[in-house]
Ligand binder design. Sequence first.
Ligand code: UDP
Length: 355
Amino acid sequence: MRIVTVIGNRPQFVKAAAVSRLLRERHDEHLVHTGQHHDDELSAIFFEELQVPRPERQLHISGGTNTDQTARMLAGLGPLLAEEQPNVVLVYGDTNSTVAGGLAAAQANIPVVHVEAGMRSFDRRMPEELNRVLTDHLSALLLTPSQTAMDNLARESVAGRAVLVGDVMVDVALLFQPRAKADHHPLRDAGVAPGEYVLATSHRAGNVDVPERLRKLVDLLLAGDEPVVFPLHPRTGARLDAAGWLDELQEADHIRLAPPLGYMAFTSLLTNARAVLTDSGGVQKEAYFAGVPCVTMRDTTEWVETVDMGWNVLVDLDRDAAHAALHRTPPAQRPELYGDGRAGERVVAAIDDLA
Ligand code: UDP
C-alpha cells in the first residue's frame, strides 16, 4: 500500500521512530513534515538520533494561531494528497498536524489511521483535546494505547474500527532509556548528580500563554532549593522573556536552564532524575516507564493510569501541592502499562489488515 504519514512536531517524531522503519518493510511510506516544529533542536536531531527516515515532503508551515496554522496545513495537504494518491493516511497524537492530516484525507475519501487514538483529558479548553476528538471521529482505524482509550471510543460511538495496540512511545523508551541512563554527560553539563535533582518541562498553552498562570509556574519553580534542570521549550522561553521573568530563573542558584534537548540527552536527564515536574503528555509516561515519580502541572491528564498507580500526581500550578508531591515516597509496585514495547509491530499488522 502507499501510505502518507503526516507528522510535524517533537512527540510525533518520537512516535514515528517506533513505526516508520517497520512500516517501510512492507509498504511504501512517504513522510510529510508539516513544519510545525522546524528548528534543529525540536526537529532535525530527533530524525538523526532515533533514525526516523528523512521526510519525503516538507510543507514549512509553522507559527500563527491554531486556527490559522491548521487552515494553512489543510491548504497545503489537499493538493499534496491529490498528487501522492495514497491508500491510507497515518497520523499520530493530538496536534494541528494530526487534525489537518486527518481532515484533508477524510475529505479526499482516503482512510485515516490514527495512532494514539481514544485519549481524553475531558478538558475542551485544551487545543489538543479538540484535535484528539475530531481526529478520532474522522478515522477509519483507531489504534489505542490503553483499555481506557478503548472505553472512551466506545462511549463516543466512533465510526471507525478501534484496536488496542499499546503505546508506541513504550517501544522507543524500552529501546533507548537503558543507553541514555548510562550516559551521564548531560548531567555533568547541567551540573547535577544522579538522583539529586528534579527535571522540569512546561509548554502547555494553558500554563505559559496566560501571564497569571506563567507567574505561578515561575513561583513554583523558584520555591525550594533542590536543583531543577529546566530545558526551555521555545514557546515558554519566549513567554518568559516577554514577561521579563527569564532573569529571575537564570539568577536562581538551584535552577539550571537549558535549551530544548535532543531525545538522548533529555532521556538521560529523565531516567537519572529523582523526580519529574511537567505538563507534557509524553513525559508523564516516560517517567513512569523509567520508574521516576512524576508531578504534573495540570488538573487533568489523558494518562490516568499513571495517576491511579500512584506514580503521577496532578497539582495544577499549586506550589505547595507540587512540593509536597515531589517529596512523597513512590509506590513499591509499577505494573506494565500501555503495552510491552511491540506496539509498532501491532500498528503495522493492523494497517496490513486494511489492505
Ligand atoms: N523531549 C525531548 N527534549 C526536551 C523535552 C522533551 O527530547 O527538551 C521529548 C520527550 O522525551 C518526549 C517528547 O519530547 O518524548 C515530549 O514532547 P512534548 O513534551 O513537547 O509534547 P507532548 O508529549 O506534551 O505532546
